[in-house]
Design a binder for this molecule. Structure first.
Ligand code: ADP
Ligand code: F6P
Length: 324
């Protein structure tokens, strides 16, 4: 371990995700274990630029493991996208004596982390986003909790859809990615799953499966639409008009971002947060802590950002087979 690192900062950035608190807690407690000071920076890169930070200790993170959201709060900081903003962040970090920084967020936040490293502040990033859209990581903290929230909601929608023999369209989050949609589709038995990664034909891929499943005796149709595809309200109207099947649209929205993190999210957040601290203590910088082959590892930020994550084809194929 390097004796040079005495004080580090931690911040959460971009959209919040359940499990971010577990990650903050791991950073603070593993920092305390190694005898270093940890400063909690509020509201993402905004707090770094303005010096909005407070020293944390093992007790500051008591009773946070089970809480959703982020106790440090988060933000989208436009100023940080400019070199001047990053420069200000590095200067403020120096004023507060930060020898390193841990950033918990999505790929936008990782770009900020890369810029900080380039301007001289050793930084380690770890994935916290419900979207599971970080290219170099099989998993992002928050994904499992969000999926369980989606599952609970769709199970309820299915009850009423069956009672009324309706078609229910449910829009789930995921920004430009369909990971939430494909996993929720398999877990909730969707007849149709629409994701931004794959083009679709409305007649062939939406109307036909609905009509076929009705003729096979199914009492409802569940259609999951990723937000990157969108348009559920209009689609519901079209389905009803063309097929005569009553259709309803639900946009799940921010309910997917809240709630107490699942065991999976708590454990992975704890592992990743701990590794982030230990990487800084080893004198490393410009790394993303991520999951590869089910193990927590670290990769170079630039290399990690340059990777391309596909929607797992085996899940897409499975969803199709299961929907008959
Ligand atoms: P996420 O981290 O969840 O992908 P955003 O894309 O909104 O969320 O990014 C979060 C924050 O990261 C932005 O508000 C900004 O402060 C910072 N950021 C995003 N892109 C860049 C960039 N290209 N350079 C520097 N900072 C960036
Ligand atoms: O990245 C997480 C996420 O919830 C996306 O799924 C969604 O597109 C976006 O954030 C919503 O952002 P906001 O909370 O700013 O509306």
């Amino acid at each position: 371990m390097s004796g040079k690192v005495k004080t580090i900062g931690v911040l959460t950035s971009g959209g919040d995700a359940p499990g971010m608190n577990a990650a903050i807690r791991a950073v603070v407690r593993v920092g305390a274990y190694h005898g270093i000071r940890v400063m909690g920076i509020r509201k993402g890169y905004n707090g770094l630029i303005t010096g909005d930070m407070v020293e944390m200790n093992a007790r500051s993170v008591s009773e946070t493991l089970q809480r959703g959201g982020t106790i440090l709060q988060t933000a989208r900081c436009l100023e940080f996208k400019e070199p001047e903003g990053v420069k200000k962040g590095v200067e403020i970090a120096r004023v507060f004596g930060l020898d390193g920084l841990i950033v918990i967020g999505g790929d936008g936040s990782f770009r900020g982390a890369k810029d900080l490293c380039a301007m001289g502040l050793p930084t380690i990033a770890m994935p916290g986003t419900i979207d599971n859209d970080i290219d170099c990581s099989e998993y992002t903290v928050g994904f499992d909790t969000a999926l369980n929230t989606v599952k609970d909601a769709i199970d309820k929608i299915r009850d009423t859809a069956t009672s009324h023999e309706r078609c229910s369209l449910i829009e789930v989050m995921g920004r430009n990615a369909g990971h939430i949609a494909i996993h929720a589709g398999i877990a909730c038995g969707a007849e149709v799953i629409l994701v931004p990664e794959h083009e679709f034909d409305f007649d062939e891929d939406v109307l036909r499966p609905i009509l076929e499943s009705k003729s096979r005796g199914k009492k409802h149709s569940i259609i999951i639409v990723a937000e990157g595809v969108g348009g559920v309200v209009e689609m519901a109207k079209q389905i009803e008009k063309i097929t005569g099947i009553e259709s309803r649209a639900t946009i799940l929205g921010h309910v997917q971002r809240g709630g107490s993190p699942t065991v999976r999210d708590r454990v992975i957040a704890s592992q990743m947060g701990a590794m982030a601290v230990e990487l800084l203590l080893e004198g490393k910088s410009n790394r993303i802590v991520c999951m590869q082959n089910s193990r927590i590892v670290d990769v170079d930020i630039e290399e990690g950002l340059a990777m391309k994550k596909e929607l797992p084809q085996e899940l897409v194929d499975l969803a199709k087979k299961l929907s008959v």
